[in-house]
Design a protein around this ligand. Structure first.
Ligand code: NAD
Ligand code: UFG
Length: 340
């Protein structure tokens, strides 16, 4: 019988793409999502693309009774844990919400997992846990640093608590996946990122400028010590990222304890390079202005992706042109996102 995977946050951006990849690979999937920032429409579309649905449970990872019932009624072999809040600015204004949701929520989830005898967990971490490294590219051997905001600190805290947990009980089998900058959308144009309100991240902001929802892009800082003065990041296509989760899940079957893997492409692009690539893909000019640096941003951040290549047999396949074309297809076909 196929393994059943619990995907927390499976109605969100990365979770929905990963749910699709799991279903396509033959897994059974149970999604738990409170729909705070996700949409059940995304799961309807996942079902359409996969030809079969995931089981959807609307609920919260902080609800222990619900989790106990979920684990009792489904034979879960592993948990992919995407559920969490992710808006950096909001985390500065409302830190307790972030710690409660991201940190306490993970504690409750792990308690319920242990109670149910489920010990395999894949956690959505972030390159933000490296802080501001003095050298590029960033490899997993780099020490973790000081994230510049409560969101980032919540990710680092969860990493630390998961390491403590694994040290206390050898049955825990945990992957910490440190994502670089997820972008793009499913090639069908049916799944993509559906930000609430004005987007904070570069790609959703650029797409909304291109469709005329926003007037122009502000480029935060043109005086960084980078190729053209603007910030450099390692953008990774969300479908490649989803595939990385499947590869991690497979690799964990033969590994113990905690494993850390960067999920990035190993290539950095500047904001101006991103603008140019987006204009090319969309065929539209992208108005922008150069403004002051955004507090908390670092100059550059890209991954050494060789460990995942070696240990997972995973390498990102999709380049910048594809990331832009897929983002644009999603944005033009769904100007209001999932609109629910
Ligand atoms: P998202 O907001 O689209 O998805 C998160 C999902 O979790 C949403 O559907 C939301 O409704 C759900 N959720 C939030 N709190 C919940 C709770 N308490 N109980 C149940 N469901 C809850 O975000 P995403 O971009 O898909 O990110 C997924 C994960 O990856 C997050 O943990 C995020 O911090 C992490 N991550 C994202 C990025 C990025 O740039 N997108 C980068 C690094 C790490
Ligand atoms: N940028 C702009 N204008 C914008 C938005 C972004 O110039 O309107 C620039 C930023 O200054 C940065 C680059 O575009 O140089 C990327 O910015 P994003 O906000 O898209 O992404 P970040 O690298 O700042 O942050 C992302 C995730 C965080 C995660 C972090 C570290 O949003 O959750 O990567 O991996 F913590």
């Amino acid at each position: 019988m196929a393994d059943t995977i619990l995907v927390t946050g499976g109605a969100g951006y990365i979770g929905s793409h990963t749910t699709l990849a799991l279903l396509e690979a033959g897994y059974e999937v149970v999604v738990l999502d409170n729909l705070h920032n996700g949409s059940s429409t995304s799961l309807d579309r996942v079902a359409r693309l996969a030809g079969k649905p995931a089981t959807f449970i609307k609920g919260d990872i902080r609800d222990r009774a619900l989790l106990d019932e979920l684990f009792a009624s489904h034979s879960i072999s592993a948990v992919l844990h995407f559920a969490g809040l992710k808006a950096v600015g909001e985390s500065v204004r409302e830190p307790l919400r972030y710690y409660e949701n991201n940190v306490s929520g993970t504690v409750t989830l792990c308690q319920a997992m242990a109670h149910a005898g489920v010990f395999r967990l894949v956690f959505s971490s972030s390159a933000t846990v490296y802080g501001e490294p003095s050298q590029m590219p960033i490899s997993e051997t780099f020490p973790t640093g000081v994230p510049t905001n409560p969101y980032g600190r919540s990710k680092l805290m969860v990493e630390e608590l998961l390491k403590d947990l694994a040290a206390s009980e050898p049955r825990w089998n945990i992957a910490l996946l440190r994502y670089f900058n997820p972008v793009g959308a499913h090639a069908s144009g049916l799944l993509g990122e559906n930000p609430n309100g004005t987007p904070n991240n570069l790609l959703p902001y650029m797409s909304q400028v291109a469709v005329g929802k926003l007037e122009k892009l502000s480029v935060y800082g043109a005086d960084y010590p980078t190729v053209d003065g603007t910030g450099v990041r390692d953008y990774i296509h969300v479908v490649d990222l989803a595939d990385g989760h499947l590869k991690a899940l497979q690799a964990m079957a033969t590994r113990d304890g905690v494993n850390v893997w960067n999920l990035g492409t190993g290539i950095g692009y500047s904001v101006l390079q991103m603008i140019q690539a987006f204009e090319l893909a969309s065929g539209r000019p992208l108005p922008y202005q150069l403004v002051a640096r955004r507090p908390g941003d670092i100059a550059e951040c890209w991954s050494d992706a060789s460990l995942a290549a070696k240990e997972l047999g995973w390498k990102a396949q999709r380049g910048l042109a594809e990331m832009m074309a897929d983002t644009w297809r999603w944005q033009s076909a769904n100007p209001l996102g999932y609109a629910d």
